[in-house]
Design a protein around this ligand. Structure first.
Ligand SMILES: [Zn+2]
Length: 277
């Protein structure tokens, strides 16, 4: 029997997992709000004590196995790697930012050395691979694109600021603007809102375009992958982006650049399985 490996992807909305190495792969999905990540892992380890490796894709800021901050997720033990490896000395555990995980999976899939991913789900994140090297920064927080300063909003981001682009171009941002304006619509109605040219939808599209233009200008990637729940449910956004990007990016930065929708069902979960201890 091959070794048991547990991959976990925890985002602002869903916690998804995949246990491989058994005859049949076990996949689970549940709501993050109803989940306790630490207990979730412990339950797996009770049922399958021979798990050798756990890879976690985490929608927040993570470095050296520690959670630095998590704007949309509550976790009881921040030093998650140390916590589990003290209790289970033979266990290998790696945790990384969800977009770092996603770009690992996307670069493997596309075999493209200069590639970046921009995913919009509950939040907005990006991951960048430059000549096959994941750009991390000193504290593993490079390309926290969702938190670049954009415009002041009437509410505060999970990171503590009130001007993050994530407040405009993300599922939660959309939801908060709709609630703020007492709209009967929710973020799930984005397509209807765009068809109506609703100001909140226009604001969303404009911020999305700004985020992608910024990513292209700063990274000079050849391939840009768009993914995450909000994008995958609204794939028509790609046409809007293709049409309007030339007015936002200098022509030489766009030369030869491909913008594609993710072909992977869950790139972050796949990437969690590719992490190394
Ligand atoms: Zn923020």
């Amino acid at each position: 029997m091959s070794s048991l490996r547990l991959s976990i992807d925890i985002g602002g909305t869903h916690l998804r997992s995949r246990l491989s190495g058994l005859k049949n792969t076990i996949e689970k999905s549940q709501l993050t709000a109803q989940s306790n990540l630490i207990e979730f892992i412990k339950e797996y380890l009770v049922e399958y004590p021979s798990i050798e490796f756990i890879g976690i894709s985490f929608a927040g800021q993570v470095t050296d196995g520690r959670i630095l901050s998590s704007p949309n997720i509550t976790v009881s033990h921040k030093n998650i790697k140390e916590y589990f490896q003290n209790k289970y000395p033979n266990l290998h555990l790696a945790i990384d930012n969800d977009l770092n995980c996603a770009i690992l999976a996307e670069s493997q899939y596309h075999k493209q050395p200069y590639i970046a991913a921009l995913f919009i789900g509950t939040g907005l994140g990006a991951g960048v691979m430059d000549n096959r090297k994941l750009i991390r920064g000193y504290n593993n927080q490079s390309f926290e694109l969702g938190h670049i300063p954009y415009k002041k909003a009437p509410f505060v981001c999970g990171c503590g600021k009130d001007n993050c682009i994530e407040l405009y171009a993300s599922g939660l941002g959309l939801e908060r603007w709709l609630t703020y304006s007492n709209s009967k619509y929710t973020a799930k109605d984005l397509k209807i809102l765009i068809e109506q040219k609703h100001p909140i939808a226009i604001q969303f599209q404009t911020a999305l375009l700004h985020a992608i233009a910024t990513l292209i200008t700063l990274t000079n990637s050849k391939t840009i992958i768009l993914g995450g729940g909000v994008i995958s449910k609204n794939s028509y956004l790609l046409d809007y982006i293709q049409e309007n990007l030339p007015s936002q990016v200098m022509p030489s930065s766009l030369k030869g650049v491909n913008i594609l929708l993710s072909s992977l069902e869950n790139a972050s979960l796949d990437g969690a399985g590719l992490l190394e201890d």
